[in-house]
Design a protein around this ligand. Sequence first.
Ligand code: AMP
Ligand code: MG
Length: 423
Amino acid sequence: MSTLADIVGCMADYDPDALPVARANEVIRSFVTPVTGTETLPVRAALGRVLAGDIVSPIDVPSHDNSAMDGYAVRSADLSPDSPVTLAEVGVALAGKEFRGEVAPGQCVRIMTGAVMPANTDTVVIQEVVKVEAGRITIPPGQERGQNRRFAGEDLRKGKPALGAGALIRPAELGLLASLGMSEVKVKRRLRVAFFSTGDELRSVGESLGAGDVYDSNRYTLYGMLARLGCEIIDMGVVRDDPALLEAAFRKAAASADAVVTSGGVSVGEADFTKQMMARLGEVVFWKIAMRPGRPMAIGRIESEGKSAFLFGLPGNPVAVMVTFYHFVRGALLYMMGRKDTELPLLRVKSQAAMRKKPGRTEFQRGILERRDGEWTVRLTGAQGSGILRSMSEANCFIVLHHEQGSVKPGEPVDVMLMEGLV
Ligand code: AMP
Ligand code: MG
């Protein structure tokens, strides 16, 4: 395992006080490591899990050449390119009930979708174009040799990889595994993630608020985001801004989880005592990221009782928590879960209005992607303050204003990242 000091030591332009988003993600990605444990599950129970190894197909799918349409299986040598041909119908081939005879020249077989191609036939003529008269089938010219025929193994070939290690098991993969006749599948074990909120001002729901108090909402957004990723969740509650209590919480988390996600306590005013305390627990760096919202962040690995956990210390502001989670932690946790694909696509759409932006930082504005005059466009959700959680709730996308990018004029294209797929 590399240390953070090793990783950042190799970076020519590493500046912890003005770290571009992409740089921060590079450091995190070189630092975290995938879990090695696996478990074998019934196929359906593996939905949402990560495949532990390659799946090599034990069979050809489909196992035989078969028809893609309802119609007539013919010998293409019998057909003529420019005049109709009349053939004798000698039998029927159904899905699951093959035609066992031989098809001689001048003959054809009625065939249904999925039925095995009868011996000697290579082409299917769809039923809609033929003329049927007392067992005599007249086929119009212009049929293509081999049409409407599916080949054995054209979906999955025996001995070839059907799925790769690190794939997310989605509904398509459940079906694919079933099509191979598999009832069980080996997946990566679940990632254990502990999380807690820090702050003397935080109250839990059900308590009453005193002057200056706020309800702890971060533990709810974090719960939701971690649950959606499919993590095993350890909710450690609210921890007061007290070095001894914080140290105990971090030690407990390090001993029981693969990763720890916290909110609050890393802003400039609070970072000093957190830094001193964390220096005792392992290796933790404090960053100011060139982004908005969500500038401060702590990343590291902490140890306790011979075990260790990766630490993601997120800022306290409710929007900053979600933005930093989605743009740094999500990818890191997926990678730790063994996922190969962690990047989400950016789509380019027209901005309805102007947006002010300074080059030199990445901004993740909260946007509403909507259709206007038949075209997809995006607009801001309204006030974009990092404490305004409503801006996340109303949004269906992030508007990603890149590091070097400046202000946006009305009608100009911008990059957006859909929230569906993130969550
Ligand atoms: P901090 O990063 O701890 O300085 O917190 C920044 C801001 O976020 C302050 O206004 C906090 O009250 C607020 N905040 C911190 N943690 C939470 C939380 N768990 N839920 C809601 N707001 C929070
Ligand atoms: Mg705080």
